[in-house]
Design a protein around this ligand. Structure first.
Ligand SMILES: C=CC1=C(C)c2cc3[nH]c(cc4nc(cc5[nH]c(cc1n2)c(C)c5CCC(=O)O)C(CCC(=O)O)=C4C)c(C)c3C=C
Ligand SMILES: [Fe+2]
Ligand SMILES: [Fe+2]
Length: 353
């Protein structure tokens, strides 16, 4: 007997029905929901940050220049230096249970699971990270072990960007590409127009103003992107601007306080403008004393919101003459947001439940 060829597909778990010739007796199992966020280091150490950045920044969806050239820059200049500089910044925001992005992502998956359990809907929810852990492939395995033959993926970004949404879709498709018995797949593209998402943001702003009073301006700071990728057709900028318009409308007259900026520029290229920190500084110089800042593109607090906005941008605004800087936290595990997410998911599960 010759040895079988090695298969490029992973073996499936043993199926007692594999050769069953009777009519199909099995139901397709509960639908699975996969919440995919970006990913974060396992620990706030230079070593763990290096592993994370090496994976993240080697994704051609994130850095759109020829890989041979980029890998020289990444391995020669970025990976030897940036992790050590980032470690203290991650330590500053680290929670007792781990990295905030992971802690909130797991809380969102738990909250959503509880919503479906309470409704008696047989849906299984799993959180995954595009880079690092829990890996997308492992999360899909876990859903399949729970009997899910149909999986809805929710990239956890209300606004579409190729560098976030599309790469999450690619990762799920690649994981399915390693399977012989593939689950049926669905994806949510974006959801910034969802009324309940906008409503949850507006309610958070209102609650904050009820507790602290209104500011002179409310800055919505979105993660930036290279200007070039928007010129090449990425719809992200318009998605952000429309999000801001919808939130303005939801805030009624106070919508006039809303302004937009873009944060977290990386590299030397021009990114989307206006940039967040220079905007805050110019406001302070022009006599603005009280600002609130919110990051509606991030569903979970993370390095970019806690350290960059609540930390660095606050300092910059106060140093330039501002008096009060208030950061309004991300939706995280806000019950109004978890309800919004449950509604969104339920609509996309149409026909499966
Ligand atoms: C060219 C580089 C980058 C693009 C494009 C980009 C887009 C983008 N990122 C997020 C969300 C997050 N980014 C986070 C961290 C982060 N982002 C980049 C680079 C790009 N992002 C880097 C190098 C890093 C790591 C930190 C650093 O070195 O400055 C995070 C936080 C992760 C955490 O651990 O807390 C999130 C979330 C979006 C939404 C987006 C495009 C719309
Ligand atoms: Fe980023
Ligand atoms: Fe950053």
């Amino acid at each position: 007997m010759s040895k079988p060829f090695a298969s490029r597909f992973r073996p499936e778990p043993a199926d007692p029905h594999a050769f069953d010739t009777r009519p199909p007796a099995r139901e397709p199992g509960p639908p699975g929901v996969l919440l995919v966020n970006l990913g974060t280091p396992d620990e706030p150490t230079a070593g763990a940050i290096r592993r994370y950045l090496a994976e993240f920044l080697s994704d051609p969806r994130v850095i759109e220049i020829p890989q041979w050239l980029w890998q020289i820059v990444l391995r020669g200049f970025i990976l030897p230096r940036r992790p050590a500089a980032l470690a203290p910044r991650y330590r500053e925001i680290w929670m007792p249970e781990g990295s905030p992005l992971l802690v909130w992502s797991l809380a969102q998956a738990r909250g959503l699971q509880q919503c479906f359990d309470a409704e008696g809907l047989p849906v299984r929810v799993q959180a995954a990270m595009r880079y690092g852990k829990p890996a997308v492939a492992a999360a899909i395995d876990s859903l399949r072990e729970q009997g899910c033959e149909r999986i809805l993926t929710v990239p956890m970004y209300p606004q579409y960007a190729a560098s976030t949404t599309a790469t999450a879709v690619d990762a799920v498709a690649a994981a399915a590409g390693a399977l012989r018995n593939q689950p049926e797949l669905r994806f949510i593209k974006r959801f910034y127009t969802d009324e309940a998402y906008i409503g949850a943001l507006a309610a958070r702003v209102r609650a904050h103003w009820d507790a602290h009073g209104k500011p002179e301006k409310l800055l919505l700071s979105f993660h930036g992107l290279p200007r070039r990728v928007v010129e090449q057709g990425d719809p992200y900028y318009r998605d952000c601007m429309e999000t801001a318009d919808l939130l303005r409308r939801a805030l009624g007259e106070d919508g006039a306080l809303v302004e937009v900026s873009f944060q977290s520029r990386f590299g030397a290229e021009k990114w989307l403008e206006p940039y967040t920190e220079p905007t805050l500084k110019s406001w302070a110089s022009a006599g603005v004393r009280r600002v609130d800042v919110m990051c509606p593109g991030f569903l979970a607090d993370c390095l970019e919101t806690l350290e960059e906005i609540q930390g660095q941008c606050r300092k910059a605004f106060l140093a330039a003459g501002g008096r009060e800087f208030r950061y309004i936290p991300c939706l995280n595990d806000d019950p109004a947001w978890i309800d919004a997410l449950a509604g969104l998911v339920r609509r996309h599960l149409g026909g499966w439940i």
